[in-house]
Each structure stands twice: as C-alpha cells, then as structure tokens.
Design a protein around this ligand. Structure first.
Ligand SMILES: O=C(O)C1=C[C@@H](OP(=O)(O)O)[C@@H](O)[C@H](O)C1
Ligand SMILES: C=C(OP(=O)(O)O)C(=O)O
Length: 432
C-alpha cells in the first residue's frame, strides 16, 4: 500500500523529460533484432514490459546490451533467430505477445508463450486468425494464452482489420515481411503507425500507406539504425491532466512524441477549453515537440465518439478524470476495447472513481460522468487492480483531494509496467 499525495496546493511547476515511448521501445528491439547490423537505441524505456521484450529476444539468440537507457541490439536477420526450448513468459505485456507472435509465425520451429494472470485473459484470436490464414499453425487455449506457435513458410495476405488495433496490425505486418509475396492490410480506423515508420527507416519503401490501406513489401533488406526514442505521450498524459486540473500549474514536458495516432488526449483537452500547446516541433522519423500546459479554472464537458478512441486508447482513464472535473455531463462512447486491456478498464475506472465520490455510470461501450468540483473523501483505500494506467490515474486523482484526505493505493508496483519513475517525476513537479 502506498500513501498518495493529496492537496497539491501551489500547482505543478517546472520542466520534465518524460521517459521513452513504450510502443516505440518494444518495436526498436524487435525490428533491430530482425535487421542486419547494429541498432543503437537512446532514451529506451526501462520498464517491466519493455524488459520482457528484451529478454524474449535475448532468448531467441540476439545479443542485446543495456547500459541504463542506452541499448545496443546486434541484429541477426529474421532467419537467424534461434529456437527457444523453454516456455517463454510474456509477463503482462500485450504488445510483446502480439508483435512477437507475428515474427515467430514464419520461423521453422515451435514456441510456447505464457503470460501473467491478466495477460492470460486477453484475447489472442485476433492475431492467431490472420496468422493462421497466412499458413502458420497457432493453437490457443480457449482463445487465450498459453499459445503454441508452429512457424511455417507464410503466404501473403490481404486482410481487413476487424478491430482498431495497432498490435494486430503490427503482428500481421511483421509476419508479412517474411511471406512469399507482398501483402495488403485494410485499416478502416487508423491507429498508431510506429511499426510502419520504423520499418521504413530500416529499409525505405517497405511500407506504403494508402487511404486506409497499408502495402507491405516482403523480404525487405532491413539494416540496423541509430534511434532516439521520443518521450511517451501516454506517460506525459498523467502530468498533462494533472497540470490542467491543479490550480496555478504551469509545466513543460520536453521532447514528447506527437505521432498523430497518439494525439487524442491533447485534442480533447483543447476541445474542453484547456491550455496545452505544442512548442518547437521537429520531425525526425517520429515527430516530437515540447508540451506547455497551464491549469484552467473551467473545463467544458465532452462527448467522445468511436472515431476519437484509437488515438487516446490508453489515455481514456484520464479523459474520465477530466470529465469528472468538467462543468456538466460528459459521455464516452465507442470504447469497448477498454474491456480487453490489463483489466476491464471500464469496470475498474467506474468502481475506483465511485470510491472517490465521482458521479460515474458504466455504459456498454464507455461511461457517463457528471462533473463536480468537490469530491467528499476522508479515508480511502484505492486499488490499481494490478493495472499501471489505473494506478497512475488514481494517484493524480488523489492530488486533487484536500490535504486532510488520507488516501492509499494498493498494488502500486504495477506502475513499473510502463513508468517506474512516475512518483519521482510527480514529486519533481510538486517541489519545483
Ligand atoms: O501497438 C502498441 O504498442 C499498442 C497498441 C494499443 O493496443 P491495441 O492495439 O490492442 O489497441 C495500446 O493500448 C497498447 O498500450 C500499445
Ligand atoms: C494496454 C497496454 O499495454 P499492452 O497491451 O502492451 O499490455 C497499456 O500499456 O496500457
């Protein structure tokens, strides 16, 4: 149990460099590993999930050196990955499981994957179906992990994504690299395109993006690269929301990734009347900017629709927190994918927010929230339910309570999944 900081009175202040992006850190290891030559990664995210990816590729015979957040991957080329005799443990990481499966689907050996309790409940048919259509032989346990992958020579595919998911898209893209011809993916709703951008950096024109369509060249010659991982927008999000809601705040978050597929929260805050500005944008392979955030007294309620969801899928707990402080009733629809994350995030948000006295109602595909300025709480035990994003959202919510409130968080260790430095960084902004 961790005692949470309440009553942050004089606002958040100062500049902060946000740790590296989780999605891009995973991909840097994977694409580095299946390329030829050395990939040097700066500002890599040293979190539990990304270390799961590092260990998985070390098991597959790739030499990976970690010197704090500088990582060197000695790429072997996809066909030189070695069979792993033991069952591989994916821990809590959906991204590792789904993207790695795409790579293993074409390799001539059998691999067994397991995960922790939460990961073992998450749907895997969404990847086994297309990969099996390509010729792999993947067996699940009632649609979940444990999963056995018998890699085969793969055929090209033309596949329409039934769900807006960058993990499913990336799994198919990575499999398609090693297929017998070029593949096409139809993507009705756009999602983050980190895999596509990174592959084109390792071998130009591997991916060509059309109107809701992605063309994948097979057998590209991927060559190791030097990468600097942008700050993670999904981690920055906690401080963007905290600084918006805590009176007298003014902060700058340095070099945060502003990939259009990740900008949903910034747009929502702007629609609600908040002050988030993108400063000094630059556009290496992944666009970055400094974010300047100032608190506002009033936020308008918001109505979030299906199309808004993919670009802020991991920020929805925070969108719910903003709505809980807005002047009126907000609705979030089209967010049923939240039910398939580390927890059923619709249920965990509703149950934990109700403990805070927030007027929130569970909908099939989201929430209805009636914003109120004051929450009445004295002694409270909150619970992350082992879900890092829920834990951090609750820590920010606690900061909005009066100093007299005594609030504790259970299962706070889960925050290490994506942001081990979270509480230190929050303290830095409080004491500046
Ligand atoms: O591709 C990725 O790196 C991710 C995609 C999203 O998942 P889905 O693709 O399942 O929506 C997101 O929730 C996850 O945190 C990371
Ligand atoms: C859903 C998440 O990650 P993953 O799917 O990789 O477990 C997340 O980080 O919120």
């Amino acid at each position: 149990m961790k005692k949470l900081i309440t009553g942050i009175k004089n606002g958040l202040h100062g500049k902060l460099t946000i740790p590296g992006d989780k999605s891009i850190s995973h991909r840097a290891i994977m694409i580095g590993a299946i390329s030829n030559g050395i990939t040097e990664i700066k500002h890599f995210l040293l979190s539990d999930d990304c270390l799961t990816t590092v260990h998985a590729f070390q098991d597959l015979g790739v030499d990976i050196e970690c010197h704090h957040n500088e990582v060197i991957v000695h790429g072997r080329g996809i066909d030189n990955l070695k069979p792993v005799k033991h069952t591989m443990n994916m821990g809590n990481s959906g991204t590792t499981t789904r993207l790695l499966s795409g790579i293993l689907a074409s390799l001539p050996f059998q691999t067994k994957l397991i995960g922790d309790q939460s990961l073992s409940k998450r749907p895997m048919k969404r990847i086994s179906e297309p990969l099996n259509q390509m010729g792999a032989e993947i067996h699940l346990t009632n649609g979940h992990l444990p999963m056995t992958i018998n890699g085969k020579k793969l055929h090209a595919i033309h596949y329409r994504l039934p769900v807006a998911s960058a993990q499913v898209k990336s799994s198919i893209i990575l499999a398609a690299l090693n297929a017998d011809a070029d593949s096409v993916i139809d993507e009705p709703q756009s999602t983050r395109d980190h895999t596509e951008r990174m592959l084109n950096q390792f071998s130009p024109q591997t991916i060509i993006t059309g109107w809701h369509q992605i063309f994948i060249k097979h057998e590209p010659k991927l060559i190791g690269q030097n990468l600097t991982i942008p700050g993670d927008m999904s981690s920055a999000a906690f401080f963007i929301v905290a600084a918006t809601l805590i009176p007298d705040s003014h902060i700058i978050l340095k070099s945060v990734g502003i990939n259009p597929g990740r900008l949903g929260l910034v747009h929502i805050i702007q629609r609600m009347g908040g002050h988030v500005e993108l400063k000094h944008p630059s556009n290496p392979n992944e666009p970055i900017a400094d974010l300047e955030i100032e608190s506002v007294e009033h936020l308008k309620p918001i109505h979030v629709q299906h199309n808004d969801i993919p670009s802020m899928i991991d920020e929805l707990p925070l969108v719910a927190l903003l709505a809980a402080k807005a002047d009126g009733i907000s609705t979030i629809h089209g967010a049923e994918e939240l039910r398939f994350k580390e927890t059923d995030r619709i249920k965990t948000i509703v149950s934990e927010f109700q403990k805070l006295g927030i007027d929130i109602e569970e909908l099939k595909d989201g929430f209805k929230i009636d914003g109120k300025k004051l929450w009445h709480v004295k002694n409270l035990n909150l619970d992350s339910h082992q879900d890092h994003r829920i834990g951090m959202t609750l820590a920010i919510a606690a900061g909005l309570l009066p100093k007299t409130a005594n609030v504790k968080l259970n299962h706070e260790k889960s925050i290490d999944i994506s942001y081990p430095e979270f509480f230190n960084d929050l303290n830095r902004l409080i004491t500046k």
